[in-house]
Design a protein around this ligand. Structure first.
Ligand code: GLN
Length: 502
């Protein structure tokens, strides 16, 4: 039973829980057992507290027994990326800087998960402060890809994606500033959604780049992601950029799309997100999914978004600029780590220097230096100012494209999972993983990654669907249709995961 429970979708677990076929404690225990069995190899989790998870599950079972009206997903457990603050549970954002910090409050999305009765399994590993594409920049060691333990699970939310692929959790939460939900989903054969900017509260996220950061749902199916999105979304007065829009209609859209029929849906293939730099099998799988979309009744046209070519360059000015400012609060005084200088006077400035010198990893320091430089007087217009202009051009490219089509499609990531260590010494090669995902963050529009087959080495490939702002429902409709066609032609891909950890 317990092996089956860890392979069951969230929607099916919800059904079993509502009829009383299983209890929330049984479901939680099955996943905790699985974590105990495989996480030594995978290292998806930074923190697990079994007693706490079971207590949350028991509360759901008790409420159900008392006849309380429960949320549809009550009792379905979830893993949460460690960049999301959790009251009473350590939160490090993958950094030694925050080691030992126990937040005194919950992020809004965590409050919503608790109110809906989703027991938290633990906090997932990530690149330090969400900077990276491989989880190798974590201050606590890398996560490994369950498809091949010698390979990366993507990043920065590699832990949240690997936990799903390793059947350690049926649902997880990620954050996506430049691709950190979608790229890990692509390379682990799972589903990840970056919602419209402002549609899931940022209150209680450890901020990376505030104008780009967005939390979102990760799951093994499109419907499960939609169900989770409805739990965490919606307006929050504590986030000044939160949209006044309810998070509804996503699961209905996923159910509609699951028929596979896309008659009348206009789909644009982004010319600039293809070609050089994309692995052969990724391009071939993408071409196949475009044919499947046409066969499903969609009207497919090619669209050009010329400014996307400059998206990566603009992102690597805007992100470090915002990050250098957001990370200034880690000063050795207020949160987590404090290091006193080994010799000489203990002044505030020297404590700050010693703390930041020891607490931050190399990638974080690189970006703080880049951001500080880009914002400095004399360079501001040339770097930050130019990047903001590019951002506007990208927004215009999207607006023009969405006059012609309902959604855009592209490969999610240019390659499948690479080997641990392969790109660690080459920051630019690491940054290039996000060429296809970054434009959506710069424009604030939503995107989903859906599994789209395997490469010649048996590693997962992802396809990305992008929609206009506030039209997240289209991601679920088209995403579910793609999922349906990939399943019809190739079966359940996750069933083919080599059981390195069976
Ligand atoms: N890989 C990208 C970066 O390193 C994306 C990060 C993110 O989305 N948090 O910035």
């Amino acid at each position: 039973m317990s092996a089956n429970l860890t392979r069951t979708t969230a929607a099916d677990l919800a059904a079993l829980l509502s009829t009383g076929d299983v209890s929330a404690v049984e479901v939680a225990q099955a996943h905790l057992d699985r974590i105990a069995e495989v996480d030594g190899d995978v290292h998806a989790f930074l923190h697990v507290d079994a007693a706490d998870t079971l207590a949350q599950a028991r509360a759901v079972d008790d409420a159900r027994a008392a006849g309380t009206d429960l949320h549809e997903l009550a009792g379905v457990p979830i893993a949460v990326k460690d960049v999301v603050v959790t009251r009473g549970t350590p939160t490090t954002a993958g950094s030694r800087m925050l080691e030992g910090w126990i937040p005194p409050y919950d992020a809004t999305l965590v409050e919503k998960l608790r109110a809906a009765g989703l027991p938290m399994l633990g906090k997932t590993n990530m690149d330090e402060f969400a900077m990276g594409s491989s989880t190798e920049h974590s201050g606590y060691g890398p996560t490994r890809n369950p498809w091949d333990l010698t390979r990366i699970p993507g990043g920065s939310g590699g832990g949240s994606a690997a936990a799903l692929a390793a059947f350690e959790a049926p649902l997880s939460i990620g954050t996506d500033t430049g691709g950190s939900i979608r790229q890990p989903a692509a390379v682990t054969g799972t589903v990840g959604v970056k919602p419209t900017y402002g549609s899931v509260s940022r209150y209680g996220l450890v901020a990376l780049a505030s104008s780009l950061d967005q939390a979102g749902p990760c799951a093994r199916t499109v419907l499960d992601a939609a169900l989770l999105h409805e739990v965490i979304g919606g307006h929050d007065p504590r986030d000044s950029t939160s949209l006044p829009q309810p998070a509804t209609g996503y699961a209905d859209a996923a159910r509609l799309g699951a028929s596979g029929d896309l008659t009348g849906v206009r789909v644009g293939v982004v010319k600039e997100l293809a070609g050089e730099g994309y692995q052969r099998e990724v391009s071939e799988a993408f071409a196949r999914s475009v044919r499947e979309l046409e066969a499903a009744g969609a009207e497919v046209v090619e669209v050009s978004c010329p400014s996307f070519e400059a998206a990566l360059a603009a992102y690597y000015l805007i992100l470090p600029a915002e990050a250098s400012s957001n990370l200034a609060k880690f000063d050795g005084m207020r949160f987590g780590l404090r290091v006193e200088p080994s010799e000489g006077p203990v002044t505030a400035e020297r404590v700050m220097a010693a703390t930041r010198g020891q607490g931050f990893g190399a990638e974080v320091k690189r970006r703080i230096i880049l951001g500080t430089y880009a914002l400095s007087a004399g360079y501001y217009d040339a770097y930050y100012g130019s990047a903001q202009k590019v951002r506007t051009l990208i927004q215009r490219d999207f607006a023009a494209a969405y006059e012609q089509v309902d959604v855009l499609v592209s490969p999610t990531a240019p390659t499948t999972a690479f080997k641990l260590g392969e790109k660690l010494d080459d920051p630019l090669a690491m940054y290039l993983n996000d060429v296809a995902t970054i434009p959506a963050n710069l424009a604030g529009v939503p995107g989903i990654s859906v599994p789209n087959g395997l490469d010649d080495a048996g590693l997962p490939i992802g396809v990305q669907v992008l929609a206009p702002a506030r039209a997240d429902d289209r991601l679920y409709r088209v995403g579910a249709a793609i999922e349906h066609h990939v399943r019809s032609s190739q079966g359940d891909l996750l069933a083919r995961i080599p059981e390195v950890h069976r």
